[in-house]
Design a protein around this ligand. Sequence first.
Ligand code: GDP
Length: 297
Amino acid sequence: MAFEGLTGRLQDAFSSLRKKGKVSEQDVQDAMRQVRLALLEADVNYKVVREFVNSVREKAIGEEVLESLNGGQQVVKIVYDELSELMGGEQAEVVTSYIPPTVYMMTGLQGAGKTTTAGKLANFLRKSKNMKPMLIAADIYRPAAIDQLQTIGEQLNIPVFSMGDQVSPVEIAKKGLEEAKAQNRDLVIIDTAGRLHIDEVLMTELKEIKTAVDPEEIFLVVDAMTGQDAVNVADSFNDQLDISSVILTKLDGDTRGGAALSIRKVTGKPIKFTGTGEKLDALEPFYPDRMANRILG
Ligand code: GDP
């Protein structure tokens, strides 16, 4: 299960604090040392950990907490609030266009779950916002990516625009957008190419598509199981492409938590959804407060 280790360790760190009424500065220091280790072990970015622990410590060693009769509980509450804040605090909604269609680009490394998530997102927004989506197959490099998107489209009964793999992705994106307008579709989701590693050719192509279609959102899809790598990938994509949001997949696996807790702080961009399974309805809006609750157990 996701966050299992982190939750266990945080509960250990707080078990004696929770029982105490009045807490001393030393109690807080001890608990913070354990929180720090728990976060590092969960693969949270070390700078994020340092800032987080400093911020909690500063608030927890304040007079009010130390003089309070339920200081232990208050320290735990501070950790909860700061965890939620670390992940963005408020839930971040998707951006839609006043003038349809709304255009989204799906980006990410191969295997992160980009193509599957394109279908999930189309399905989710059709259900929750009554939108009429069209998927565009602009990943012409990975063998079978186009077929995969078409299969997903058939399963969901959502049209998929494709021009095969001999036309440039920029051209496919532009033509797909025209087709969506002609068919009165109000949501266009473009599945772009991924690669095993970030490279210049990939980034150049993504920038060209971005310029050509001017999307409302560029979603970066990252695999939560890859921890710090996911955070580094997000940082690079954001530097080069100025992504708008992150979708964290495979949260149904036993991810340690590093990506979920670091990405917002490192990139400044919100996580808007999480993938929680292989099925096409396994996509959930991301709520930082609920996630903080889940992590604290
Ligand atoms: P892409 O190369 O980024 O387009 O990745 P795919 O969409 O082909 O996904 C790669 C694999 O990850 C597929 O087997 C998906 O079913 C799987 N996958 C995607 N999202 C999730 C998720 O949230 N949870 C789980 N368990 N598997 C996922």
